[in-house]
Every structure is written in structure tokens, then in C-alpha cells.
Write a protein that binds this ligand. Structure first.
Ligand code: ZN
Length: 501
């Protein structure tokens, strides 16, 4: 008798192989059997011929706080079962702050949220709170800098790098999966390449990865890519190029060149990338970003909360102010910038190494719709409606590819003994419903989502369960699989029965 059997499904196993009809049985948080011959389940689900895939891995998130404090509706409603947090150089640990966090660290949460001086403390809090999804954690370079330096507008000294390495080392020991940077941001832009290489070396030694929001995603994007490749080569670790794009009207079409650069470098080192399926980005409100965009929407503003969801141009006109003056009055604030070209978005999405990362910002009052829509938008709009890539390939890029690239053990595939992170969805109806005007809206077509074998999304609602785990680097995260025969033997041993082979 299995704990759970999901019958009558079309299985996409995450490898890119074509779908196969079958049943999947789950025991102890793992996939126990796929043949349908393993007997009945205490809980039986009729999949109605829908598609069963490994749960999606959101490779690029800012969910550091949200995983601990919420049931993660924006993500589980999309079929996401694992999030990678700590991106763009900004991680909630290791730092305890008494003052307001400097931008962009404020994207993660207000002053009171910054209370984890060590990554081990943060993981302990996640373990205690429980999570709806699994979370793997990157240590942020800007967070390390803010913890070790009195001011961030200069390169770190040797002593400061040593202090950062001590905190980073503690984070790696606690199970962080790597290092992230956001070299375009004011907290990190003064850092030299050598500073980042020094920090990346112990990450390489620990078997971790380096994910980077490049120093420049506009005019200087090629040089910024070369810097990322150099960091990967000299430190000796895999590079993940975050939310790849070429921003600004002057740079439209430039992904042809950047993807060629990535493909060239991949011949000598491990490089992957992530992307979200929209032609607009979102981060803190900044005059230089606004100048590169054809439209700007305010996502939050501390002094002017009434501005959220409105266009910057309209606010400036109403105030009789220039856009620069309006930005100064609205700050601290966040924004959506329409600064990309759809052709570039498609070109990156079509790349075989492109993983999906929502880059959603869960705390925003009027968030970019990528927070609620990224994965179903790829499956509905780009796979079904536009035929940009096949369904099995899109699922591979949401599952086994990120599991492999971020070194997430036993995730991202439907195979016996893998962790039972699963999504049941309808490929004929799955679609995002979140828009720039109404961004808080669950996707259609996602039927049921299981994390470690426990349902977290069902019937259009979160279930309230928190079966998610903090995924420590290279650690086996759930108890080992118990095959039915072995479980029987174990019971016998416990009750004094002899071993019968
Ligand atoms: Zn970023």
C-alpha cells in the first residue's frame, strides 16, 4: 500500500523525453514506483489524462523572506516546488541590520527583517517555520559587503575581503549552494573583478556555483559577460548569468551577440543562464533605468504609496514635475521598466541553456506580473500558442536542467527514488493571468502541486501544508526511500522478526 498514487497521467519526466502514459506512486516524500504495479494507495488521485511533470524550479527569486513568512501562493500556483533565493548579490543572511537596508537590499524586506547574522541562523529559522516549497540559498556579495565595510562605494580592502570570506565560509558550511552578485547595483559596483574572484574561490572549493546579475545589461553587456566568464574560469566554478537580457532601445537585437558569446565560452567552462518571459524588467526606481525605458510603472513608493500601479509619466505630468524630479520625490521606490525587445526575449527563451527564473519581487505592492505568471506564460504562450519550443523541452528547462546546474540532489526528474516534487497541469489550458494592470492573479491550468509528496496547491488554493525543505548543498534532503519490501523488513526487525531476505 502506497501513501499516494497518481493514476492516469501523461508523464513528462523532466529529461526532455516525450510524455509517457502511466501512474506514479509516492512513499516517504519520494517516488516509489512508476509502473502502476505497486498496488493501491491510501490516497488515490485520478489525473484525468493531464500532464504530470517534476515540480518547477524557480532559478531566480527574491523569496528569502517570503519562504519563511508565507505559503508562497504566487509560486505554488504556477507549479513551482523549489526556489533559488539570495540572487542579485542580495541575500537576507548573513547580516543583522539595525538601520534601513541600502537599495537594492531593501527589495527583500524592511529593517526588521534583517536579523540573521549567520546563514546557519537563517536556515534554523526556515527549519522551524516550515516552508510550502523547498528553498536553496545563495550568499549575496552585496550582503557580505554591507556586513564587512563602512561604505560600499569603494573596492574592499584585503582585511574586508578576509572578513567577507569568513562569513561566506560559515554560509557554505551551513549549506548555501553558492555565491551571487549584482555588480550593476550601488552596493557592489565599486567592487573589482579580483574581489569577486577571491570570494568565488572558496565557493568553487565547496562545489558551489556563481550566479551573477551582470555589471551592465545595456551598452556594456558584452564586457560584463566577459567579466563573469573570467570569474568562473579563474575561480574554477560554474557561472549562471541571471535574467539575461539586453536592456534599452539602443541595445535591442543585441542578444544575438551575447548568446554567441555565451556559446563560445561554454566550450571551455560551465555556463548557464536564466530568463523571465516578459519584455519589461523590474527593480528599484532609478533615473538612469527610466531613461532607457519606453514606459515606467511604479511598483511601490514609501513616501507616495498612492503612486503604486501608476505610470511615472502620468505622475510627473500631474505634479508638473520632470521625470527626474518625480523619481526623487517617489524614492525609495520600485518600478517596472519596459526596456526590452520581444525578439530578444524569444531568442533567449529559445536557447537550450536558458532556465526559467521569475525574478519576482514578492513584497512589492503592485508587482511585476512575472511574480505570478512566469512558468505558465512559458507553457501557454510560448509553447502552446507560439510554438517557440516543445513542451517537453520547456519542462526540462524548468526541472532537470536547473537541478543539474544548481546541484540540487534528487530533484527535477520523475524517476524512482527521486524526491516527489510534482505538478499536475493541463497543457491545453495552462496560461498566466497576471497582467501589468492586474498583477496579482493565479495562473489557469495548474491542477495540483506536491512538494516532497505533500499537496501544497489544490483546487485553486494553497492547502496550508509546509512540507518544503531548506536544500543544503550536496546533502540528501529527505529520508532515504523505503521500498515496500524494505519497509516490511524494517517493521519485522522493529517487532523482533527475523530477517528473511
Ligand atoms: Zn538582478
Amino acid at each position: 500500500m502506497h501513501e499516494l498514487v497518481i493514476r492516469n497521467v501523461s508523464i513528462l519526466d523532466g529529461t526532455g523525453a516525450p510524455a509517457q502514459p502511466g501512474d506514479v506512486a509516492v512513499d516517504g516524500g519520494r517516488i516509489a514506483d512508476m509502473g502502476g504495479g505497486g498496488g493501491p494507495g491510501r490516497e488515490e488521485i485520478d489525473g484525468g489524462g493531464l500532464t504530470l511533470a517534476p515540480g518547477f524550479i524557480d532559478t531566480h527569486t527574491h523569496d528569502d523572506l517570503a519562504v519563511a513568512e508565507t505559503l508562497m501562493a504566487p509560486k505554488v500556483s504556477q507549479g513551482v516546488t523549489t526556489v533559488v533565493t539570495g540572487n542579485c548579490g542580495v541575500s537576507l543572511a548573513p547580516i543583522a541590520l539595525a538601520a534601513d537596508p541600502p537599495p537594492p537590499m531593501n527589495l527583500l524586506g524592511p529593517r526588521g527583517a534583517w536579523r540573521f547574522a549567520g546563514v546557519a541562523d537563517y536556515f534554523a529559522a526556515l527549519d522551524a517555520a516550515g516552508m510550502a516549497v523547498n528553498a536553496a540559498f545563495l550568499v549575496g556579495h552585496s550582503t557580505l559587503r554591507a556586513g564587512a565595510m563602512d561604505r560600499l562605494d569603494r573596492p574592499a580592502t584585503a582585511a574586508e575581503i578576509a572578513a567577507m570570506m569568513a562569513r561566506l565560509g560559515e554560509g557554505l558550511d551551513a549549506g548555501a549552494i553558492g555565491l551571487s552578485s549584482g555588480l550593476e547595483y550601488p552596493t557592489a559596483t565599486a567592487a573589482t573583478t579580483e574581489e569577486v574572484i577571491s570570494l568565488a574561490r572558496p565557493v568553487a572549493a565547496a562545489g558551489g556555483v556563481y550566479a551573477t546579475h551582470l555589471r551592465d545589461e545595456a551598452a556594456g553587456v558584452e564586457a560584463a559577460l566577459e567579466e563573469a566568464f573570467r570569474i568562473g574560469r579563474e575561480a574554477g566554478l560554474p557561472v549562471i548569468v541571471s535574467h539575461h537580457k539586453t536592456a534599452g532601445v539602443a541595445n535591442h537585437g543585441r542578444t544575438r551577440a551575447t548568446l554567441a558569446l555565451i556559446d563560445g565560452a561554454r566550450r571551455g567552462q560551465e555556463i548557464a543562464l536564466d530568463v523571465y518571459p516578459y519584455d519589461a524588467c523590474s527593480t528599484i526606481l532609478r533615473a538612469d533605468f527610466a531613461k532607457d525605458a519606453r514606459r515606467v510603472i511604479v511598483t511601490w513608493s514609501t513616501p507616495h504609496p498612492e503612486a503604486q500601479g501608476r505610470d511615472l509619466a502620468e505622475i510627473a505630468a500631474r505634479w508638473g514635475a520632470s521625470e527626474d524630479d518625480a523619481i526623487a520625490r517617489l524614492s525609495p521606490a520600485g518600478a517596472v521598466y519596459f526596456d526590452m525587445d520581444e525578439t530578444d526575449v524569444r531568442r533567449v527563451l529559445a536557447h537550450p541553456m536558458a532556465m526559467i527564473g521569475s525574478d519576482g519581487i514578492p513584497g512589492d505592492a503592485h508587482p511585476h506580473p512575472r511574480l505570478w505568471g512566469s512558468f505558465p506564460r512559458v507553457l501557454g504562450r510560448y509553447v502552446r500558442e507560439e510554438g517557440l519550443l516543445p513542451l517537453a523541452e520547456a519542462v526540462r528547462r524548468m526541472t532537470s536542467l536547473p537541478a543539474e546546474r544548481f546541484r540540487l540532489k534528487d530533484r527535477g526528474r520523475i524517476v524512482e527514488a527521486a524526491c516527489a516534487d510534482l505538478v499536475l497541469f493541463d497543457p491545453l489550458t495552462v496560461i498566466d493571468t497576471a497582467t501589468f494592470d492586474r498583477p496579482v492573479s493565479p495562473a489557469a491550468g495548474i491542477r495540483t502541486v506536491w512538494v516532497n509528496g505533500v499537496a501544497v496547491w489544490r483546487g485553486g488554493k494553497v492547502t496550508g501544508a509546509r512540507p518544503g525543505l531548506a536544500l543544503r548543498r550536496a546533502v540528501d534532503c529527505v529520508r532515504p526511500p523505503l521500498r515496500p519490501a524494505e519497509a516490511g523488513r524494517r517493521r519485522e526487525r522493529q517487532t523482533g522478526g527475523g530477517r528473511r531476505g
